[in-house]
Design a protein around this ligand. Sequence first.
Ligand SMILES: Nc1nc2c(ncn2[C@@H]2O[C@H](COP(=O)(O)OP(=O)(O)OP(=O)(O)O)[C@@H](O)[C@H]2O)c(=O)[nH]1
Ligand SMILES: [Mg+2]
Length: 372
Amino acid sequence: MEVITEHEKNDLEKVILVGLASGSRKKAEVAESLDELEALAVSAGAEVVGRRIQARSKPTAAYYIGTGLVEEIKQSLVEFGGNCVLFDDPLSPAQQRNLERAIDAKVLDRPILILDIFATRARTAAARLQVELAQLEYTLPRLTGAWVHFSRQYGGIGAKGPGETQLEIDRRRVHKRIAHLKGKLKKLGKQRATQRKQRQVLYKVALVGYTNAGKSTLFNLLTKAKVRTADMLFTTLDSTTRVMSSGYPCQIVFSDTVGFIKKLPHQLVESFKSTLEEVSLADLLLHVVDCSDTRVEEHIRQTQQVLSEIGADKVPYLMIFNKIDISPDFQPLDGSRDAPFVISALRPTGINSLQAELVARSGRFFSKIRRK
Ligand SMILES: Nc1nc2c(ncn2[C@@H]2O[C@H](COP(=O)(O)OP(=O)(O)OP(=O)(O)O)[C@@H](O)[C@H]2O)c(=O)[nH]1
Ligand SMILES: [Mg+2]
């Protein structure tokens, strides 16, 4: 466990969360979304000191929220000792700048927070390159004198990780760096493709799903691997693959992948595409869902959306409802193509029938290959 010292505690960002209930979005829905935003903020090392939800027909062009609320937030920051305002929705570069000027504090949005968490968690060379690329793509339209001035002045969330030094250099150099990173990633992509070709006669199974659903826990159980698992958002950023043969009619390669979340910044999806090829080129997806979460349907929808963004929506899949041990009354929803599996990866339940299905499917795959 990471220990936070008293000194570091004083340096924590103290944030106010802001959400907008507009169009068909009800306040209760926005409140749930802010719960998730709070979990993200805490994972990034911030302390949440307040939250505000505004209902209005649509966002304003200049500040996203109404000017009355801008003023109230400014006062609340003083009252609660806050130093940062975090919006649940993506802000335009102009809105972010206007808000920073009006509130005189750091203003962040959900995408930059997610990018920041990815930056601090990225371990492998590929993950670091991909995060830096996403950060630069996000930063580019915001690279004006005022923005750089603020990021330098406030530091902390939004100014961490591999992209940090790039925030202060000019657009031309950022473009150059982006081209360089893309080149490096292309090379890595080619290496992955070669490795994948060597695995062509293997049955490829990828675990996908919302962050914290239990993908890595199930991966470890199926492959006897020791991938890190934890009760926090985005524990896994890098794909891990393991080839299994004992007990199966042919070799199966399992891949554990990065989790998805609502409003995943499109720059991240774009730059993680090569890692996520493990998913789009799989023979079968195990779509893992935390059935103890109240937002099961929303999580399934969000995951399906990212799957279609990365071109993996045609890959056959099995729905795996996990964590049944803490949600014993859960009834799987109708509408899945194949019968869903209801399991616990932590206190193994329902794993035998899942494995039997994998044996059957990989057997069919293997006999098809032999006939060719
Ligand atoms: N009660 C219960 N907890 C589980 C189960 N499976 C996983 N967990 C817990 O859920 C948390 C998240 O599990 P992970 O396996 O790290 O989830 P993940 O989907 O890989 O998460 P990311 O990598 O962050 O996207 C951990 O604290 C696990 O111990 C389960 O079947 N039952
Ligand atoms: Mg994981």
